[in-house]
Design a binder for this molecule. Structure first.
Ligand SMILES: *[C@@H]1O[C@H](CO)[C@@H](O)[C@H](O)[C@H]1NC(C)=O
Ligand SMILES: *[C@@H]1O[C@H](CO)[C@@H](O)[C@H](O)[C@H]1NC(C)=O
Ligand SMILES: *[C@@H]1O[C@H](CO)[C@@H](O)[C@H](O)[C@H]1NC(C)=O
Length: 479
């Protein structure tokens, strides 16, 4: 796609232009964040995991991310139903449950040894979520032992999901009430009881709303030693109980900067204790997504949210996938790939296989996000400009042009690649055309389709200018 010269486009559509001068640091700034190769990872709801292994989209969508980053996405298997699951060493199928409707999650289920065989076939590191809420430690230990035996890719084990939501009538509370301090004491007992068999392999906290710093600072050295990683769950919006959602606010760059900043202290405390810090389950909006989760705007949110999270010390984000066929924020499903996945791929293309350090080049207060990614030898590789202004498909689509200065190239051309769609509301599952590089998309099995094309941009006097429409993003390739 050849774009019109700015002056002509501006004249033609009377758009609003903001030209900003941003100096590209010639080497990674001291505050640049290290980028984990599996920064963009995936969480799959426990009961639904065997079903996901049957979808062609699962292997292809994960493989696309892996080929762009040169490393497999990690997978966490867990969620609400891990705390409803009981291991049955004699079960011949991976899972067994009954639901009234295929859209429902089961209230109870059993799973067998072949569940772990399926998990062992995932290419990336696997974090396995086991049950604590039902207070059957022997059963969970039997499951963990079998997992350890079966899974060469086993990375970490969770004991319980979102214990903030357990009640005093949960079996684990044993009639003694439930609170964060009760949970920390419970996590401590379970970790220290199982570590001699399973190793120092636990993913601690797994909190939705409680602060993980409290756990790290008070669980005690014995249990802390058994913890490998700290998980915090994060959903910026909720549609639960009829709560309303808001796409412009989800996408907003300054809103994302502000929202993600809450995790900086938790990441720092975890790192101070020698633990890795992950958003171990995350996505846009809970309880059905409130209409905003399957949109292109949610795909743009993923890009900015992933990069901001990395900057505050989150080493991986595990984007959750729930019930197949009833999952508004999912990246793929039965014979379908959804708009948010395009954001996951685009941010992965920006980071690339060689991206080692990330810097933000804007001040976090405007609608325009600007990032630079650097190689392990501190050379600038690529720039990303994301215009988070909300375009709903009506009226004039505004555009922002960003001028970069201080490039090592004096004169010539650089290549750029654009992620776009008709509007922030565009849904691939409703036939909208979301594209990477003008023509790149994904087939129903998540195989790549079309040809991604670059748009050249002129470098003049060590500077270049890119133009990005509202609700659109562009990568600039500096090398
Ligand atoms: C599967 O679960 C159902 C209840 O949902 C139960 O009736 C049945 O016996 C279970 N089958 C096996 C093989 O455990
Ligand atoms: C942040 O950047 C925007 C866009 O370049 C600019 O308009 C604004 O004045 C800056 N704010 C601060 C506090 O520097
Ligand atoms: C590069 O661009 C600058 C600014 O337009 C110009 O003055 C200079 O002559 C150009 N140099 C080359 C080698 O083309």
């Amino acid at each position: 796609m050849v774009r019109l010269p700015i002056a002509f486009a501006a004249f033609a559509c009377l758009c609003i232009w903001h030209v900003e001068g941003i100096v590209v640091p010639s080497s990674a700034p001291s505050n640049a964040a290290a980028v984990d190769p599996s920064l963009v990872s995936v969480s799959i709801e426990f009961f639904a995991f065997p079903g996901y292994t049957q979808l062609r989209g699962t292997s292809n969508c994960l493989a696309n991310l892996a080929s762009v980053r040169g490393a497999q996405p990690a997978v966490r298997i867990g969620g609400t139903t891990q705390d409803r699951a009981t291991y049955d060493p004699n079960l011949q199928t991976p899972v067994n449950y009954t639901v009234a409707s295929p859209a429902d999650a089961p209230t109870a289920l059993t799973y067998g040894p072949s569940f772990f065989t399926l998990a062992s076939q995932l290419e990336g590191e696997v974090t396995l979520g086991l049950n604590r809420q039902l207070n059957n430690q022997a059963n969970t230990l039997a499951a963990g032992s079998r997992a350890k035996q079966s899974m060469g890719n086993l990375y970490a084990i969770e004991l319980g999901n979102e214990p903030d939501l357990y009640s005093s009538s949960s079996p684990i509370a044993a009639g003694n009430g439930w609170s964060q301090s009760a949970d920390i004491s419970s996590e401590s007992k379970w970790f220290t009881a199982m570590a001699p068999t399973l190793g120092n392999i636990f993913q601690g906290a797994v909190y939705l709303s409680w602060n993980t710093r409290t756990l790290v600072s008070s669980i005690g050295s014995g249990a802390l030693n058994a913890i490998k990683t700290i998980s915090r769950h994060s959903y910026p919006q909720s549609a639960c109980g009829g709560a309303s959602t808001n796409l412009p606010s989800l996408m907003s760059h300054s809103g994302i900067v502000s929202y993600v900043s809450q995790y900086a202290a938790e990441a720092s405390t975890a790192h101070g204790a020698g633990k890795r810090f992950f958003l171990g389950e995350t996505n846009s909006a809970t309880c059905g997504g409130g209409g905003i989760s399957p949109t292109f705007g949610a795909g743009l949110w993923i890009i900015d949210y992933v990069l901001q999270s990395a900057l505050v010390g989150v080493e991986r984000l595990y984007f959750h996938h729930g019930t197949i066929g009833n999952c508004a924020y999912c990246w793929w499903g039965q014979d379908a790939v959804y708009s948010p996945y395009y954001g996951a791929v685009f941010v992965s293309e920006f980071l690339g296989a060689d991206g080692a350090k990330l810097a933000m080049l804007d001040n976090g207060t405007s609608a325009t996000a600007v990032y630079a990614v650097y190689s392990s030898s501190n050379a600038p590789l690529r720039l990303l400009v994301l215009n988070s202004n909300y375009f709903d498909g009506t009226g004039t689509r505004t555009s922002t042009s960003v001028t970069f200065t201080g490039l090592s190239t004096t004169n010539g051309t650089k290549q750029t690649k654009r992620l776009t769609a008709p509007s922030a509301l565009s849904r691939v599952d409703q036939g909208a055309s979301v594209t990477i590089g003008g023509d790149g998309s994904f087939g129903s099995d998540c195989s790549r389709e079309g040809t991604e094309r670059m748009e050249p941009v002129v470098v003049n006097g060590n500077a270049l200018t890119v133009s990005v429409q509202a609700s659109e993003a562009v990568i600039v390739y500096l090398q």
